[in-house]
Design a protein around this ligand. Structure first.
Ligand code: KIV
Ligand code: ZN
Length: 505
């Protein structure tokens, strides 16, 4: 049994066939270059006979890729094989892949051919393809639902006809790992010339078992596996290359196999595919999902920071990521928070950390993810702090396009509550009027600037105001996910600065 499992990548053929994943020629060539960097052994570049665009893509990839084998799919028809042979002419290491369905259900209802005719056609077409290409792969479509005796017969004869690789597809993703293990073992035990060909498998993911079935086949002696980046492919997709490769690497103790994949290119390959197709992978996708190396829970963050292997069975670097992502959110603990503050360049004492951590927790309750810019905004608003003579307790705003805005505010000064209501030209103006009534001073608003600290609907708004009294300017800043609250906080901080500088309170 081979110690190195060959990776046959069909992202550009089976993957591209799936709805929403079509790629133009340039995109396919870009992706093929990346697959070569990833280190796959075979790139199935397309189905040359399917369309003029497919033909040109196969040809373009064949011209571009020099180290990796380039393959084109063909039905077991002379015209398809001619198209593949023609498109593969520039390839340094060409492979023609020809297939015909072998299950009763496909032969009867789709091909409308009897088994002997199917067998004869498969053998003739493998022989025909060999005229153009030294490496011919044969696939028995729907092999997992094919009568085993017929499968053994057809595989034996196509190998005699010159197939160097025989592929066993679980075309409809129907098999289970135990069953698929037995199928591959039985093929190896019942096809007399099987040693003259590489046994390959091609598993679809209709029941979510594509990777498990492929791994079972590896244990049963398969030497090549067919897979796609991000697991894309017909219907529920194919076995995901990144999952297979990382299982083999992480659990070498179980499988004892290697691949030629440079795992550090995995992340880049996944991202490029998402970029060219516009289809993002789900966040919890194994290996390449955004959360695959992200930790938010405080206990997990603490564990990973103390010793990564507490919660990580692979390093992020092994798939080409820089580092694990510590997501700061409401589940995060002080360890991760403190470390992020330090990495942002803040060296703060324990008391400040405790205070900012409290502010952070309040913010995290409102906002799903607290970003670095949010933390910087929190720290900047602290830097500008003067004693808080007046603090906001609560506010209610009533506003609309057919009424005057009304603001009702309650502000604390030491242990006393002060409450007032005012109307104004809009909610912010009304709130500022209410503050002036409460503090018993009036100011000119010189400047009011608002901007979003981060992106998204739950972004924090940052408001800066400058208010003027007796020729002097007092600045204030406020940050909140609610822009009216940010405005009130900014106005109050400017008022507090006035009281601090002019009234010494
Ligand atoms: O799923 C399948 O059977 C295929 C073959 C053409 C290999 O994609
Ligand atoms: Zn397929």
């Amino acid at each position: 049994m081979a110690d190195v499992i060959k990776i046959f990548d069909t992202t550009l053929r089976d993957g591209e066939q799936a709805p929403g994943y079509s790629m133009n020629i340039d995109e396919k060539v870009r992706m093929a270059r990346q697959l070569e960097l990833l280190g796959v052994d075979v790139i199935e570049a397309g189905f040359a006979a399917a369309s003029p665009g497919d033909f040109t893509s196969v040809e373009a990839v064949a011209r571009e890729i020099t180290d990796t084998s380039v393959c084109s799919l063909s039905r077991a028809l002379e015209s398809d094989i001619d198209a593949s042979a023609q498109a593969l002419k520039p390839a340094v290491h060409p492979r023609i892949h020809t297939f015909i369905a072998t299950s009763d259900i496909h032969m009867q209802y789709k091909l409308k051919m009897d088994p002997d005719t199917v067998l004869d056609q498969a053998v003739r077409m493998v022989r025909y393809a060999r005229n153009f290409c030294p490496v011919v792969e044969f696939s028995a479509e729907d092999a997992s639902r094919t009568r085993p005796e017929f499968l053994y017969r057809i595989l034996e004869q196509v190998i005699d006809a010159g197939a160097r690789c025989v592929n066993i597809p679980d075309t409809v993703g129907y098999s289970t790992p135990d069953e698929f293990y037995r199928l591959v073992s039985d093929i190896r035990g019942n096809v007399p010339n099987i040693d003259k060909a590489v046994v390959s498998v091609h598993c679809h993911n209709d029941l979510g078992l594509a990777v498990a079935n492929t791994l079972a086949a590896i244990r049963a002696g398969a030497g090549q596996v067919e897979c796609t980046v991000n697991g894309i492919g017909e219907r529920a997709g194919n076995a995901a290359v990144e999952e297979l490769v990382m299982v083999l690497r992480t659990r070498k103790d179980v499988y004892g196999k290697e691949t030629n994949i440079n795992t550090r290119e995995i992340h880049r390959s996944s991202r490029l595919l998402s970029h060219v197709t516009g289809v993002q992978v789900q966040p919890n996708k194994a290996i390449v999902g955004a959360n695959a190396f992200a930790h938010e829970a405080g206990i997990h963050q603490h564990g990973v920071m103390s010793h990564a292997s507490t919660y990580e069975i692979m390093t992020p670097e092994s798939i080409g990521l820089q580092e694990s992502r510590m997501v700061l959110g409401k589940h995060s603990g002080k360890h991760a928070f403190t470390q992020r503050m330090e990495s942002l360049g803040y060296s703060v004492d324990r008391q400040t950390i405790n205070e900012v951590f409290e502010q952070f927790k309040r913010l995290a309750d409102k906002k799903k993810v607290v970003e670095d810019k949010d933390l910087e905004a929190l720290m900047e608003s602290r830097a500008a702090l003067v004693p808080e003579t007046f603090t906001l307790d609560r506010f209610v705003i009533n506003s609309g396009n057919t009424i005057s805005a009304t603001a009702s505010l309650r502000v604390d000064r030491e242990d006393e509550h002060f409450e007032d209501v005012a109307t104004g030209d809009g909610p912010v103006d009304a709130a500022f009027m209410a503050i002036e009534r409460i503090v018993g001073e009036s100011f000119e608003l010189e400047e009011y600037v608002i901007h979003a600290v981060t992106g998204g609907k739950d972004a924090q708004g940052e408001v800066s105001v400058k208010i003027e009294k007796d020729g002097k300017i007092y600045k204030g800043r406020g940050v909140s996910t609610d822009v009216v609250e940010a405005s009130i906080l900014a106005y109050l901080s400017a008022v507090n600065r006035y009281f601090y500088e002019e009234r010494n309170v």
